[in-house]
Design a binder for this molecule. Structure first.
Ligand SMILES: [Zn+2]
Length: 408
């Protein structure tokens, strides 16, 4: 049977692909927002790697970005022509990674020194999103080795800037009109440990920067100044409490079912302990169920800011770092959903569950453009954490699903 041949070819290529994945972990691809140089070095190596693997049509679409040394944010598409001139199967993964965070928490290995242990590859970016990048490459490489033409054209798409809003990545490509409404789009950038979850909906995403201005002064005479840090902390706590109380509804279709509002990043303030800070900056990451309007949440946050301003004399500015209102979910009956369901049942013998998550992945931008898209992969969900890892078996198993989708 053809599928069996393909699967054993995938198994046979496993060590080679893991070796390549590890070389890629050594090349950080961090966006300029986090003081990184962008994805150019990784992209150059990826083009080389794909070409040497026999991908003959590799296209590169760079988005200009003056903030990085190469002045561009690369996006790469590797096409493999199919038997029929039908819809294209897109597998979209991202090259950029988040910073390693506190290095001392990386106890298994250093973030950019990949290590294989107990069937897992450790390193920053290993799971998010290189596991899926290489699962998609492995699938098509196996078909190429066996000289099997996919049923439909398969486009492996590797984008930049996913972690910071996708302006230079998938949004740039969607604007160029690369995708057709009839195409099949899989974004393997999320999922559960068994691979049974097919995501077709996301929450609205809202990132806020809250800047509190007071008056800097020596800490021995605080009454001569206005401590922005104290007001900022109290304000953030008040916002946190209000949001959780007011927006406490749940929707069991989503995982997690509730709205989430998390105080996350905190900008550095003064350099010395004996200075009362004149400015305090903190951030919130909000994931909001589609039934609520982002504008309403913003209004509520602003109302509390006004109260604090009047009460304390400080000034509070709210800035939107990012906002993505939840697009209309992909229909559960869309072809890409039913095909993936079938593949999971047949190849993996699992009964998939269809639902929504906190978002936001590249899939939201496809949905915004009315292109049906699913988010699916098999992952232990170690993304963005110290000691992030990719389970090798997950990569191999997902490659089999991609190969199955390409040939059925
Ligand atoms: Zn990701």
């Amino acid at each position: 049977m053809q599928a069996e041949k393909v699967f054993s070819e995938i198994d046979g290529l496993r060590d080679e692909i893991i070796k390549t994945l590890m070389e890629f972990i050594r090349i950080p691809a961090i966006g300029p927002e986090n003081d990184g140089e962008g994805e150019s070095k990784k992209a150059d190596k990826l083009v080389q790697t794909l070409t040497s693997m026999g991908f003959s049509k590799v296209e590169r679409i760079d988005a200009p970005d003056g903030r990085v040394p190469s002045k561009k944010r690369p996006n790469i598409i590797a096409y493999t022509e199919g038997e029929k001139n039908a819809e294209t199967l897109w597998i979209v993964s991202h090259m950029d990674i988040v910073p390693p965070g506190e290095e001392s928490l990386w106890t298994v290995t250093k973030p950019f020194e990949p290590l294989v242990k107990d069937g897992k590859v450790y390193g920053r970016g290993s799971e998010d999103n290189m596991q899926s990048m290489f699962a998609s490459i492995l699938a098509i490489k196996a078909l190429k080795n066996l000289k099997i033409k996919p049923k439909r054209t398969v486009a492996l798409c590797f984008v930049s800037d996913e972690e910071q809003g996708s302006k230079y990545g998938i949004r740039y490509l969607i604007k160029k009109g690369l995708f057709r409404l009839s195409d099949l789009v899989i974004v393997p950038d999320g999922g559960n440990e068994t691979g049974s979850f097919i995501e077709i909906a996301e929450k609205s995403v809202l990132w806020l920067r809250m800047r509190t201005f007071g008056k800097q002064i020596h800490a021995s005479t605080p009454s001569k100044g206005l401590n922005a840090h104290r007001v900022g902390m109290q304000y953030a706590l008040a916002v946190d409490k209000m949001l959780h109380e007011k927006y406490c509804e749940k929707d069991e279709y989503f995982d997690p079912p509730e709205n989430t509002f998390e105080p996350t990043k905190k900008d550095k303030n003064v350099d010395a302990v004996n200075i009362v800070p004149g400015e305090d900056v903190s951030y919130f990451d909000c994931r909001i169920l589609p039934r609520h309007r982002i504008k309403q949440v913003l209004n509520d946050v602003q109302t509390i800011a006004k109260e604090f301003e009047e009460r304390t004399g400080a000034k509070i500015d709210i800035e939107i770092v990012q906002q993505n209102p939840a697009p209309k979910p992909t229909e559960a009956t869309a072809k890409v959903v039913t095909m993936l369901e079938q593949a999971l049942k047949q190849v993996r013998r699992i009964e998939p569950k269809i639902g929504g998550i906190g978002g936001g992945t590249c899939a939201a931008y496809f949905r915004e453009a009315n292109v049906p898209a699913v988010v699916w992969s098999t992952a232990d969900e170690t993304a963005h954490q110290p000691n992030e890892y990719a389970k090798i078996q997950n990569l191999v198993n997902d490659a089999k699903i991609f190969a199955f989708l390409a040939t059925h």
